[in-house]
Design a protein around this ligand. Structure first.
Ligand code: FNR
Length: 207
């Protein structure tokens, strides 16, 4: 099973990227997290370009199509989601009948250096994804004061957050298994739990 990780932050040392790496280390065996690294290259959405979108848009749509589930980690920019992330979602929401996001199992987590852990951004991102037809799970993970939230090895300091993230990942994998149906992929039932956090390395592939 493949989970596509999308960081709403383009920043190299982003806490949201770190959160995705943390999540990758918690996934059960047989599930890989692949990081989407093409967000910055996606041009501004223009309906006039819909019939012949740029290669970066095609790659984005293919990456979504090739994943069983999506895991977004978003920062909050001015109480909302980063513009580049919203723009990418707009591209993946069209054309409506064949939109890459349609029925795609998705989860949203987020980190910010503020006191509220990007809660508004997460709520907005869930709403936007749902509007685009994705199957978005309700749970969220607000990681506040992100500059103090991670241990040196990349694991989360707060045990409650480890448990919440573990629950979100399991929910996402179960939704992916449900979406795939009886003949499709299945979430691994032998979920290893949060004690394996950081045990595996983060698979970074260009997609
Ligand atoms: C921010 N930041 C921020 N934080 C927050 O909690 N609420 C907010 O509304 C905003 N607004 C905002 C706007 C802009 C343009 C920037 C650049 C930053 C701070 C933000 O949480 C912090 O920079 C995080 O570290 C961003 O996430 P990454 O890049 O570390 O993943």
């Amino acid at each position: 099973m493949r989970v596509l990780g999308i960081s709403g932050s383009l920043r190299r040392d982003s806490f949201n990227r770190r959160l995705l790496r943390t999540a990758a280390g918690m996934l059960p065996s047989g599930v890989e997290l692949v990081s989407f690294e093409g967000l910055k290259a996606i041009p501004a959405f223009d309906e006039d370009d819909e019939s012949a979108p740029a290669l970066a848009v095609a790659s984005w749509r293919q990456a979504i199509a090739g994943a069983d589930a999506l895991l977004f980690a978003t920062p909050e920019y001015n109480s909302s989601i980063p513009g580049q992330l919203k723009n990418a979602i707009d591209w993946a929401s069209r054309p409506v009948a064949t939109a890459a996001l349609r029925n795609k199992p998705s989860a949203v987590i987020g980190a910010s250096t503020g006191m509220f852990g990007a809660v508004w951004a997460q709520a907005e991102l869930r709403r936007t994804l749902a509007a685009a037809g994705a199957r978005v799970i309700d749970s969220e993970l607000p990681v506040a004061t992100a500059d103090e939230a991670f241990n040196a090895d990349g694991t989360l300091v707060e045990h409650d957050q480890v448990l919440e993230l573990d629950g979100i990942l399991l929910e996402l994998l179960e939704e992916a298994a449900r979406s795939a149906g009886p003949d499709g992929v299945h979430a691994q039932r032998q979920h290893h739990g949060p004690e394996l956090q950081g045990a595996s390395t983060y698979d970074v592939h260009a997609v």
